[in-house]
Design a protein around this ligand. Structure first.
Ligand code: 8YV
Length: 315
């Protein structure tokens, strides 16, 4: 039997691509120069899209393939997929939740410690010989025991908070509604109030039209000149211009960011700042997690074409 034809939107690891090819006839869309002609030639034969959280699939792409049955996303975030367009055509969408939660939380905590204790700057101080020349490194501020706000207490936010209990932090959170928790972390509905109540603000909520620029000038002012903001969700959750202005003016203390507007081409203003820690969108970037994500992308595709229930449908 001929293999089902799928459209691959961006590169995966060699391992994952090999697995996909074993089961499917894969078209590497990102390598196609003449996309218009490709769509003319293959519009009716493509049955699935395999994409990534950061690349998604827009309305035009989704509607170019009338026999599309499923969009399998390599990533927990599916904000780059036009869910409405998929719904209109009864196309299933799956993502890769759970398998990456703890890695993203690990990185978020690592970013807090690294920025708070100036780990990168301190290493440069040693390697550049400044330690021997100048003596003591300027002191940093303490991290443990500080007030932490978690904006978005979903799976990832919860794992961040759980880790922070080991640092004796004073945790409060915001979410769509209060959670029924065993912990006694206060719920603060208003983002400005949450920021006022925090020395360190983690942004861990999934992105949507409603959360666009939820971190704005007012929230940053409320966090204040000693405050730190950490984003491991999506760039759109922060008004990046307001953040850059605040970091340059010192009205917010520092920022640790794993996601950027237009990434990987970030605003050059970030590169001029000393009060930032910049990461290349790799919250889920461990071998173990990326393999689990690749397995889940494939398992969802196989389930669809075997007529079995999907493993992780987006609901
Ligand atoms: C990316 C992510 O998908 O899970 C998400 O939503 O953004 C990431 O895991 C991953 O970096 C591959 O692009």
């Amino acid at each position: 039997m001929a293999k089902v034809e799928i459209l691959q939107i961006g590169p995966y690891s060699e391992r994952d691509e090999k697995m996909l090819r074993e089961h499917f006839h894969v078209h590497r869309y990102f390598e196609v120069d003449d996309k218009e002609n490709f769509i003319k030639m293959h519009s009716s034969s493509i049955k699935a899209i395999a994409t990534r959280g950061d690349l998604g699939a827009d309305r035009e792409l989704i509607h170019s393939f009338p026999n599309l049955e499923i969009i399998s996303v390599y990533g927990v975030g599916f904000d780059a997929v036009d869910i409405e367009a998929a719904k209109e055509k009864n196309i299933h969408v799956t993502n890769t939740p759970d398998v990456l939660t703890k890695d993203v939380a690990d990185l978020a905590v690592a970013m807090m410690l690294a920025l708070g204790r100036n780990v990168a700057g301190a290493e440069t101080f040693v390697k550049s010989g400044e330690w021997a020349r100048k003596g003591m490194l300027p002191l940093t501020r303490r991290v443990h025991g500080k007030r932490v706000g978690i904006l978005g207490l979903g799976r990832i936010g919860y794992e961040i908070a759980r880790r922070l209990t080991g640092f004796d932090m004073d945790i409060s959170y915001s979410a769509r509604a209060p959670h029924n928790l065993k912990e006694d972390w206060p719920f603060i509905a208003n983002t400005i109030e949450l920021a006022k109540n925090s020395d360190i603000l983690f942004v861990s909520l999934s992105a949507s039209a409603e959360t666009k620029h939820i971190i704005n000038k007012d929230v940053l002012n409320a966090l204040g000149p000693d405050g730190m903001v950490i984003n491991v969700s999506r760039a759109a959750n922060i008004d990046e211009t307001a953040l850059l202005d605040a970091l340059e003016a010192g009205t917010v203390g520092s920022a640790a960011l794993d996601v950027f507007e237009g990434e990987p081409h970030l605003n050059p203003r970030f590169l001029e700042l000393d009060n930032v820690l910049l990461q290349p969108h790799h919250g889920s970037g461990t071998v173990e997690t990326r393999e689990a994500m690749g397995d889940l992308v494939l398992a969802n595709l196989i389930a669809q074409f075997d007529g079995k229930p999907l493993l992780s449908p987006v609901t």
